[in-house]
Design a protein around this ligand. Structure first.
Ligand SMILES: O=C(O)CCC(=O)C(=O)O
Ligand SMILES: [Fe+2]
Length: 384
């Protein structure tokens, strides 16, 4: 089985656009992952950030400690080699987590009223500033990362407009949940001939927090190891992954349970569908299971961008953007019960707000940070 490669430039060619949308539908409903090219992100924006990664991971240990995630209630910053665990096994990688630069809006004192087991507003504390190396430590890093962030956010909105077209729903249906006017991208680059729906005023959301991970998988010198264990992404709706250089290791699970290599292809991003997408579509689009086999000879670097969702968005609200015709596809295939099981593993009704599932995810993968900032009672509640 080969992973489809979609050229997004075909979206602006009236003769080829339908073929692109048909292929996208196949990726959404049958394959589960894809590469994209012709995505409009300038090559220099990608290389400016990618080429700084070796120096970023080579900064002094004292700088890494200063930037440690344990300093951040927002789970932003550095985590050391093999500090994260997937499926009970250590991941052989180190990473820096960054996000849309946002001010802290969470007020701890305001939330003291939530006593007992009501932690339902704590997720606002995930929003907050990044931890940056100084200009002396890594010249130009912050501006390279911010440019990359902005370009990928723009790409994610444009890509979502194509998904809307593949779902046969009005262009701009999802715009209302991003709290910004994405109509500019619609007219700029996807199409000028299709109309899009006006954003509704029923509920407004603050701008999303997108997340970017900068990852290094050091060469293991011939030992086979787990770079990152099999998982579905849950930090947003869609993931756009840039694999730096030619190091292999990424594998995706196909419908028949086979691991398929998703080797780097220059000029492309790999696109994954994340858990909230699976929930929004009632399992019609399944979240992609993937893993990374640790490289044996040369270090491997990668940059996943996770398209964020507003934390106070509920699963039922995002579901209401997806038409019944799409959501029932999974039900027709597997029956009602299978749908419920697939979706409930991610979204327990106890944490219906996406923000709460995010907080739970971060606490589960970094319990020490959780205990330090959120306390034992909260951590024990979420890891049960
Ligand atoms: O490094 C990669 O290629 C994939 C990383 C990944 O799947 C993740 O961080 O969620
Ligand atoms: Fe992932």
């Amino acid at each position: 089985m080969t992973i489809p490669l979609l050229d997004l430039r075909l979206a602006s060619d009236p003769n080829q656009k339908q073929a692109l949308l048909d292929l996208l539908k196949d990726c959404l409903f049958n394959v589960g992952f894809l590469y994209i090219k012709g995505h409009g992100v300038p090559e220099e924006t990608i290389s400016d950030l990618s080429e700084k990664l070796p120096s970023l991971f080579d900064i002094a240990n004292s700088s890494k400690s200063r930037l440690s995630k344990s300093n951040s209630p927002h789970f932003l910053g550095y985590s050391g080699f093999a500090e994260e665990v997937t499926l009970g096994q250590q991941d052989l990688r180190e990473q820096f987590d960054y996000a849309t630069e946002l001010p802290v809006i969470y007020d701890k004192d305001d939330n003291e009223i939530h006593e007992g087991k009501d932690f339902s507003k704590l997720y606002w504390w995930l929003r907050g500033p990044n931890q940056w190396p100084t200009e002396e430590e890594l010249p130009g890093f912050r501006s390279a990362l911010e440019s990359y962030h902005n370009a990928l956010a723009d790409l994610s909105y444009r890509f979502l407009h194509l998904v809307e077209e593949a779902f046969d729903i009005p262009l701009g249906t999802f715009d209302q949940i991003f709290g910004i006017d994405t109509s500019r991208q619609v007219s700029d680059s996807i199409t000028s001939s299709t109309s899009y729906s006006q954003t509704s005023s029923r509920k407004t959301y603050l701008p999303s927090q997108h997340r970017i991970k900068l990852v290094k998988y050091p060469a293991t010198n011939d030992e086979v190891g787990q770079g990152v264990g099999p998982h579905k992404d849950s930090s947003g709706l869609l993931t756009f992954l840039h694999q730096v250089g030619q190091e292999k290791g990424l594998e995706v699970l196909d419908k028949d349970g086979n691991w398929i290599a998703a080797n780097p292809i220059p000029g492309t991003f790999v696109v994954n569908f994340a858990n909230p997408f699976e929930a929004a579509t009632d399992g019609a689009v399944k979240a992609t299971v993937h893993r990374v086999v640790a490289p044996t000879e040369r270090d491997r670097y990668s940059i996943p961008f996770f398209m964020g969702l507003p934390p106070n968005l509920t699963v039922s609200e995002i579901r209401s953007c997806v038409p019944e015709a799409v959501r029932k596809m999974r039900r027709d295939e597997d029956g009602q019960e299978a749908t419920e099981n697939a979706v409930s593993s991610f979204l327990d009704p106890r944490w219906d707000n996406l923000g709460e599932s995010q907080l739970r995810k971060w606490i589960r993968s970094h319990k020490d940070v959780g205990r330090k900032w959120y306390g034992d009672e909260v951590v024990d509640y979420y890891i049960q």
